[in-house]
Design a protein around this ligand. Sequence first.
Ligand SMILES: *Cc1c(COP(=O)(O)O)cnc(C)c1O
Length: 416
Amino acid sequence: MIKTGVSAAWRERAAQLFPGGVNSPVRAYRAVGGEPPIIARGHGPFVWDVDDNRYIDFVGAFGPLILGHAHPAVVEAMRTAVEAGGSFGATSPTEVRLAELIRSRMPSIERVRFVNSGTEAAMSALRVARAATGRDLVIKFDGGYHGHADSLLVDAGSGVATLSIPGSAGVPASVAAQTLVANYNDLDSVAALFDAHPREVAAVIVEPVAANMGVVPPAPGFLAGLRRLTELAGSLLIFDEVITGFRVAPGGAQELFGVRPDLTILGKIIGGGLPVGAYGGRAELLDLVAPAGPVYQAGTLSGHPVVMAAGEATLLQLTDDVYSRLEARIDRLEEGLRRGGASTARVGSLLTLFFRDSAPRNFREAKESDTNAFAKFFQRMRDAGVLLPPSQFEAWFLSAAHDDAVIDATIDAAAG
Ligand SMILES: *Cc1c(COP(=O)(O)O)cnc(C)c1O
């Protein structure tokens, strides 16, 4: 049995302070019920709550922690950066080194701008796309999540779907009207929007592997089809690789699927667990950004040396060897879960177990999953010491610290 007394006391205090007791909605466990743990520390594949219950962690901070918690190289890099004095409001060597690393692994990124969250990166990339094309409309996909900027909160996947709200209150209708929504893995739905709005669409923004409706891989030819359609229409193709970047392959989904976007949005892994975002792409597009060009975008703490150091240390650990190890481990996990009769979807070290006959191809199918069955499964796993992301529509994040013993313990827990 898990202990809960200390967590309950902290939850009580948090409930007085934060809306819904949390600083990001999914943490409140509304989709699975029960009381969320208050987490005190993490090490490798494990986290401990304030009652000292230990869990095998598949949340991984929702994506950044591909090396697991408190990886020694990341901790050391952060310590060195903190001791060097923190933040300067000036360019420092670390951000140059991290940008060079990113560019060497993701050649479509000729220039990059660091920001403080994926939300900021997506918002800014749209601004660049609109400036570059002189057009206002943007096409996104049903169930695609690109952070919480006004124009991207339309049909936005996991967090929003989990709360069963269609979009968000507080977004002006005039702003929402600039966003068109297509169906993931359905090129015809994209072509139809282009036909209905000729020369009006600035960009198509897509998670190249959808990971906020549960994991839904792109159908063969889908991403290449988006590349073709956007070129024909004179629109830009934006890959939101906040989750997939440096996760599904050393060069992200664009390397894995061989499609080169005009702009890429990054976050999560490139900050090594600290707040970060980045947008990058073709030099002439990024050179539209101030002070090189007329698109204004700024950030007091952008390129923060401690964040950059954690990101650099993380990327330097991500060798081909680490990716093969991650693949082997997640194969083992997926196979174990399937033996129990589950429908799974996986790309790289991202996995979702769907409570549905087969893995979905789009958000409509994902939403047909039995979310009550997921909630029961979630609670059973938690009682067995395995902490899953608390929604059917979130990906499980494997880390390089999840060894075979931890994988087998998870499979055993799932088998009940
Ligand atoms: C997490 C996420 C974002 C938003 O990043 P934040 O740092 O939470 O603002 C954007 N896009 C995708 C695909 C994400 O998963």
